[in-house]
Design a protein around this ligand. Structure first.
Ligand SMILES: Cc1cc2nc3c(=O)[nH]c(=O)nc-3n(C[C@H](O)[C@H](O)[C@H](O)COP(=O)(O)OP(=O)(O)OC[C@H]3O[C@@H](n4cnc5c(N)ncnc54)[C@H](O)[C@@H]3O)c2cc1C
Length: 541
């Protein structure tokens, strides 16, 4: 840092990263009376919880609908935030079989769908459903009460004695069960399902090596999704308003490029510096470790920081996503007849097999000698065999589209390295167009036959767009990859420790701080980091 860059101002706590994790931390610190600054790289807040409009169509840039997970509604309650929401029902479909999931009993519909497609594997389907049902019971325990982090246990004795204390033994029992299902879902399914296509149908839309419990709990999560009227970005807007109401300060369009931990300073892209007493880093953790200088800290802390840094840098962000946005001159009703506005659809029951693993890794390994034709032939299969997450915001809130039209987002999990290689080879925009064309063809030929002829506008976001917008390593959307070692806390009973870094005045929060992550965990870690600081300050005074 240059000597002339005297700190702009000094704060009790600076929070870097204005996604939902950073917003949560900043709000709770401001509410406790702290002098807080939230610093965000982009103009708008919310990070991956963000909505935007184009040509009168409303879209989500990141997460398509929100999960309560016993966290979001308790937090909104606690902060007295009124958010108008609707249920975001999910449909699941394979080939011509589509089911709407509205209650837990629809698990039977899912069983019937799989049996219809794989009659030769009926007993294996029954085994999978049995496990999912068991996990749903565990989920009822996990999310069965409002998360205590958002309750005032001193004041709310009713909650403490009537809900929390009776819940704790069940929670401890459930945690034991969960921890026994931490193996990758692909491996777990191999122990009960021999049919590789059936295994793929159950698991191919999860991140590679997702822990079995987390993946198979999704049937419960489908029932948990809700959608704020006006789009998911309304949550981020409401959090921003709350932060300002509590007197928090926000600096957007400000990127932190250096942290001087010994001097308790952060520096932005314009060489302005800001002094903190405590810092919460609520964005990409590899970035924190790359840009932090430890001069002036105790040698023991420096050492610990260096070894954690090495582990962090050896790991990578998890799978990313490719999202195609379509503006369609066709009324919502045409789509409503087919499926709900949040739809996991697989056009072929064959399954991806090794297409997105060994085959892809082979192509990437030999990228210099792979012809465009070879790559596009792989892309054909990758798109035909994949599972798509299709979101139609207008089916959840019809005010989000021009009359008589439909906006939709079709996405699939995508490998960041592939887009890096194609960009290096100089044909990224052509490749993106090839991908878009294939996605439209496949969806048009299967589930929405009226689609192609009525598209009036289209664009897409790649893993590189995500990396660029929110600074996520490898374009990851839920933090660390499950394919390597996990450099952060990944056991629920230790989640409270997930916010600690080797430097006592620096905390971490958000999708990089705990695994498996996602929106609710990002919010929870944001709150846990704030709680740690509030407690520390109280102990000092
Ligand atoms: C397509 C998609 C679907 C998803 N679906 C689900 C789902 O179904 N369920 C679920 O739970 N989760 C889902 N997620 C993931 C979820 O949205 C994220 O995990 C969560 O929103 C992360 O919040 P965060 O605050 O931790 O991080 P982010 O949202 O990444 O926020 C980090 C913020 O820090 C800012 N920043 C970065 N670097 C700097 C810097 N140097 N200086 C200043 N600011 C900086 C960024 O601009 C960003 O605003 C999905 C995500 C996507 C993209």
């Amino acid at each position: 840092m240059e000597e002339n860059s005297l700190p702009e101002k000094s704060y009790d706590t600076i929070v870097v990263g204005g996604g939902v994790a950073g917003l949560t931390s900043a709000i709770y610190l401001a509410r406790s009376g702290q002098n807080v600054l939230l610093i965000e790289k982009n103009k708008e807040l919310g990070g991956l919880v963000n909505s935007f409009s184009r040509d009168g169509f409303h879209f989500e840039a990141g997460i398509r609908a929100l999960e309560n997970a016993g966290i979001i509604f308790p937090m909104l309650d606690d902060l007295n935030i009124q958010l108008e929401v609707v249920k975001s029902y999910v449909s699941v479909g394979i080939e011509d079989e589509i089911i709407n999931i509205e209650t837990i009993h629809d698990l039977l519909k899912y069983r019937d769908l799989l049996v219809k497609l794989f009659p030769e594997s009926e007993s294996e389907v029954v085994a999978v459903i049995k496990v999912i049902r068991k996990i749903m019971k565990h989920m009822e325990v996990l999310y069965g009460i409002e998360n205590p982090a958002f309750k005032d246990l001193k004041k709310d004795r009713n909650f403490l004695f009537k809900k929390l204390l009776p819940w704790l033994p069940k929670f401890i029992f459930t945690v034991g069960k969960i921890n026994r299902m931490n193996m990758p879902v692909e491996d777990y399914l191999k122990t009960i399902v021999k049919n590789p296509s059936l295994r793929d149908m159950v698991a191919q839309h999860f991140f590679k090596n997702t822990p079995a419990f987390f993946a198979l709990s999704y049937f419960s999560l489908y029932l948990d999704y809700f959608y704020p009227k006006g789009g998911v970005g309304k949550l981020s807007e409401a959090l921003k308003e709350k932060l300002l109401e509590f007197g928090g300060e926000i600096r957007s369009e400000t990127t932190i490029v250096e942290v001087l931990a010994g001097a308790c300073l952060v520096r932005d892209q314009n060489n302005l510096s800001y002094k903190y007493d405590q810092l919460i880093w609520a964005s990409d953790l590899k970035t924190l470790y790359k840009i932090t200088g430890t001069e002036g800290l105790l040698p023991g802390i420096q050492e610990k920081f260096e070894s954690t840094k090495q582990t962090m840098l050896e790991n990578r962000g998890g799978d990313s996503v490719f999202s195609l946005y379509l503006e369609v001159d066709e009324p919502l009703e045409s789509f409503r007849r087919i499926a709900h506005g949040h739809f996991f659809y697989t056009p072929s029951k064959v399954g991806l097999g090794e297409t997105h693993r060994e085959e892809l890794y082979g192509l990437l390994h030999n990228f210099g000698i792979v012809s465009r034709e070879q790559l596009l032939s792989w892309l054909d299969r990758f798109i035909q065999l994949n599972t798509f997450e299709i979101s139609i915001p207008g089916l959840k809130d019809p005010s989000l589209v021009p009359a008589g039209k439909t906006g939709m987002i079709i996405s699939l999990l995508a490998e960041y390295d592939l887009f890096v290689e194609v960009r290096k080879a100089g044909w990224l925009s052509e490749f993106v167009t090839e991908m878009e064309n294939r996605m439209i063809e496949v969806i048009n030929a299967s589930v929405y036959p009226m689609l192609k002829a009525h598209i009036v506008g289209r664009f897409s976001f790649t893993p590189l767009s995500i990396e660029n917008r929110v600074g996520s390593s490898e374009g990851a959307i839920v933090g660390w990859s499950f394919q390597k070692t996990m450099p952060v806390v990944h056991k629920i009973q230790f989640s409270d420790r997930s916010v600690l870094t080797p430097i006592p005045s620096i905390y971490q929060a958000g999708q990089w701080a705990y695994s498996p992550a996602g929106m609710p965990m990002s919010i929870l870690t944001g709150k846990l980091a704030a709680d740690r600081i509030v407690k520390k300050m109280k102990a000092r005074n």
